[in-house]
Design a binder for this molecule. Structure first.
Ligand code: TXA
Ligand code: MG
Length: 327
């Protein structure tokens, strides 16, 4: 059900959930200070309660309401990348809801770079917790129609058009002492973060060697089986390998569809072809997987992009989508 900005704000103030657009993926939003509203996110998504949520704020001046420390490194990152697809995990003030933190001592914050989301945050004077607006472990939504397909037609959606970044934000944790660590790759790369932070991330190696106890950031909610279509999905390092497997599956009487990256030989089955540009592939990725999943074939065959730094985030999402549960 599509709703207006005014209605979205009214529902959020009333303690209800609303799907909202961001530049990464659509989020299922609720007032981040209202535990009853937050619980509705978990029940709507069928998400385990120990999975913390990202709080979306209107601008950097609101950070201090949530955190005990805002170290220089985090200030630099926020100034460089907000509004944008970067989430900062920082030490939480004790009053911050345990529901939104998933029981963690930290809180995840981000200023989204989407005009509709920013207008909603500014006009409502609310901060909203919002995980991706899909059922737990399913594909993330990058259009209002994807949200309705996953959560049902009755879910209220503020339609802001297709998401421009297309995959979830980069998550960086920063400790009170200013050490940082990448928790989830996104289109803002580790190299981008390192450059602005002015120092490399704290690696587990370094942590092991230090005698003083180091606070190792946890990555709750990063399941291997995540972002997955319903159709079993196989990943291939090359088009040649994909074509060989396709031949074998067709001979065995299976219906297949393929996702290919860049030009080259066309597989003999329904195909979604993406470009060879990482930003464009990220933008199109979930929509491509949603479309292929809707074909209800026996198997999806997916060609992987090269294993190089610009593709890290796309490879991360594809490897999770391709995870096959052990039988
Ligand atoms: O782009 C995005 O980040 C989207 C849009 C809607 O903003 N949101 C999103 O939320 O991807 P979600 O719930 O699907 O992913 C949130 C993840 C958690 O699964 C967890 O890995 C991490 O953020 N996270 C949140 N709070 C954390 C915390 N306190 N410590 C460590 N990780 C945290
Ligand atoms: Mg998600």
């Amino acid at each position: 059900m599509r709703i207006s900005l005014e209605e979205a704000i009214a529902r959020l103030r009333h303690g209800d959930v609303v799907a909202i657009p961001t530049e990464t993926v659509y989020g299922l939003a609720a007032d981040a200070t209202n535990d009853t509203a937050l619980q509705k996110i978990f029940t709507t998504k069928q998400r385990p309660a120990d999975h913390p949520l990202i709080v979306h704020i209107a601008d950097i001046s609101q950070v201090h309401e949530w955190v005990t420390d805002f170290p220089e490194v985090a200030v630099k990152l926020a100034n460089a990348f907000w509004p944008g697809a970067l989430t900062l995990v920082l030490p939480a003030k004790s009053h911050v809801s345990r529901v939104v933190r998933g029981g963690e001592p930290t809180i995840a914050l981000r200023v989204p770079n989407h005009p509709v989301a920013l207008r909603l945050l500014r006009l409502s004077h609310l901060s909203v917790a919002a995980p991706s607006a899909n059922l737990f472990t399913q594909l993330s939504p990058t259009t209002a129609a994807h949200v309705e397909a996953s959560l049902g037609e009755s879910i209220p959606v503020l339609d802001g058009g297709p998401c421009q970044v297309g995959i979830e934000s980069t998550i960086v944790s920063v400790t009170a002492s200013g050490e940082w660590q990448l928790l989830r790759p996104g289109m803002i790369s580790e190299a981008d973060i390192t450059q602005v932070a002015g120092k490399p991330q704290l690696t587990t190696d370094v942590a092991d060697k230090q005698s003083a106890p180091v606070q190792t950031p946890k990555v709750p909610g990063q399941h291997a089986l995540h972002y997955a279509p319903r159709t079993p999905l196989s990943l291939f390092k090359s088009r040649t390998e994909l074509m060989a497997e396709l031949d074998a599956l067709i001979k065995a009487g299976k219906n297949c569809a393929a996702l290919i990256i860049g030009s080259g030989e066309q597989p003999n089955c329904p195909v979604v072809q993406l470009t060879d540009q990482p930003n464009e592939v990220a933008e199109q990725l979930y929509d491509a997987l949603h479309r292929l999943d809707a074909l209800k074939v026996d198997r999806l065959l997916v060609e992987l992009p090269p294993d190089t730094p610009p593709w890290v985030a796309v490879l991360d999402r594809l490897s999770r989508a391709g995870y096959q549960a052990p039988i």
